[in-house]
Write a protein that binds this ligand. Structure first.
Ligand code: NDP
Ligand code: MG
Length: 387
């Protein structure tokens, strides 16, 4: 069994990773979170973590005081995340932070030659062109945690060098599947947070409602499996039983199935290449009907906006991602409406004034912050115009 560090241990993926670690008796050395020190403290005690980091510095002293009677060292800020990512006796790092803030700690984990269980898709969206060659250079394995990518990874086991003709990414369709644009004008935050199949953090749940999540996953798949974006098809599958599939040149399609629980892909990432017995989460197919249909790309335009940013190249995926992260944050804070999210992303991609000549890390980070500023100005102007 491996030993792990978890970036974002208090979130949906982080908590389920700890559940797997508990069930499989996997040693958890180091954990980090943004601000939830109550849960971080409880996790540090339960798993006897040697290193605990809270990003938000205002909670650092409080957490340090609370853990003073334990053997846990406490750190804060991005330095703390980096220390968690590089913790010497952890073999595997699970990147379960939400957002592109996970980029630098992921790079640190690669440089420390860790095995990466990658949940934090925004990292690959913004910098797949840097992460994948770097992982190769340092000899690191990147094992996808995202259920679709875990499925594709599993479908490709035993591929024997055969060429991939097409990747088929399945999408649940989110809570608003089948709705028209006019029906979406008045939807609330609570409506958008009601995902039919998956229980996840707020940001990815909103991304699932706009279908941006599938757009991000197209880019994630492109980098993980080195497949041209035109050979990645998205298909809506409401039941979330078929987690994705690969079509080979002989038109054979290999798919991976399972109940919609992240516990399974997280466990696979931690035990790969072994499969370990599961006492729960059995899939029973009898009596089930599975449906597949095309997504409504006009109403849910985030899907093609993500593809468009990838085709534009350079730092455009980072611009698209930053605009989306900022727009989702504004939506969750009741500052904009649901349909504004896609409009903001579109406006940012089309109108931001960035010369996409360089694509190194500092250019990616700079594009990210310029895109966030662009969104703030855009929304500020819109709000002003309403009065
Ligand atoms: P959550 O919002 O539930 O959790 C995010 C975690 O990241 C929390 O622990 C949060 O800490 C932590 N975090 C946020 N910012 C920082 C920071 N600056 N430094 C350290 N920790 C930070 O998200 P999810 O678990 O749902 O998603 C995590 C990632 O996994 C995302 O990239 C998502 O796209 C991907 N993913 C998630 C799936 C799911 O089922 N949830 C499925 C597939 C992929 P705090 O609690 O203190 O805020
Ligand atoms: Mg997914």
């Amino acid at each position: 069994m491996t030993t792990v560090s978890i970036l974002g241990s208090t979130g949906s993926i982080g908590r389920q990773t700890l559940e797997v670690c508990k069930d499989l008796d996997i040693r958890v050395n180091a954990i980090s979170a943004k601000s939830n020190i109550n849960l971080l403290e409880a996790q540090a005690r339960q798993f006897n973590a040697k290193l605990v980091s809270v990003y938000d510095e205002k909670y650092y002293n409080e957490l340090k005081t609370r853990l003073a009677d334990t053997s846990s060292s406490v750190l804060c800020g991005q330095e703390g995340n980096i220390a968690v990512a590089q913790y010497e006796s952890s073999e595997t790092v699970i990147t379960a932070m939400s957002g592109m803030i996970g980029l630098i700690p992921t790079i640190s984990a690669i440089k420390a030659r860790k095995r990466i269980g990658l949940a934090n898709k925004e990292t690959l969206v913004c910098a797949g062109h840097i992460i994948m060659p770097m992982a190769k250079l340092y000899g690191c394995q990147i094992i996808p945690v995202d259920s679709e990518h875990s499925a594709i990874f599993q479908c490709l086991n035993g591929r024997m060098g055969n060429k991939i003709k097409k990747i088929i990414l399945t999408a649940s369709g989110g809570p608003f599947f089948g709705k028209t644009r006019s029906e979406l004008t008045g939807v609330s935050k609570d409506d958008a947070l009601m995902h039919p199949n998956w229980s996840m953090g707020q940001k990815i749940t909103i991304d699932s409602a706009t279908l941006m999540n599938k757009g991000l996953e197209i880019i994630e798949a492109k980098w993980l499996f080195d497949v041209d974006v035109d050979n990645i098809e998205v298909i809506v599958h409401r039941e979330s039983i078929v987690h994705s599939a690969v079509e080979f040149e002989d038109n054979s399609v290999i798919a991976q199935l399972g109940v919609p629980k992240m516990y399974l892909p997280i466990k696979y990432a931690l035990t790969y290449p072994k499969r370990v017995e599961s006492k729960c989460h059995e899939l029973s197919l009898a009596g089930k009907t599975l449906h597949f249909e095309n997504p409504d790309r006009k109403t849910f335009k985030c899907l093609d906006l993500a593809v468009c940013s990838l085709k534009k190249g350079g730092v455009y995926p980072a611009i698209m991602n930053a605009a989306n992260e900022k727009a989702v944050e504004l939506f969750l804070n009741d500052k904009i409406k649901f349909l504004d999210i896609a409009d903001i992303v579109e406006n940012t991609i089309n109108n931001i004034d960035i010369k996409p000549d360089n694509t190194d890390i500092s250019s990616v980070l700079s594009a990210d912050s310029q895109a966030r500023d662009f969104v703030i100005r855009l929304v500020g102007e819109q709000i002003c115009r309403q009065f």
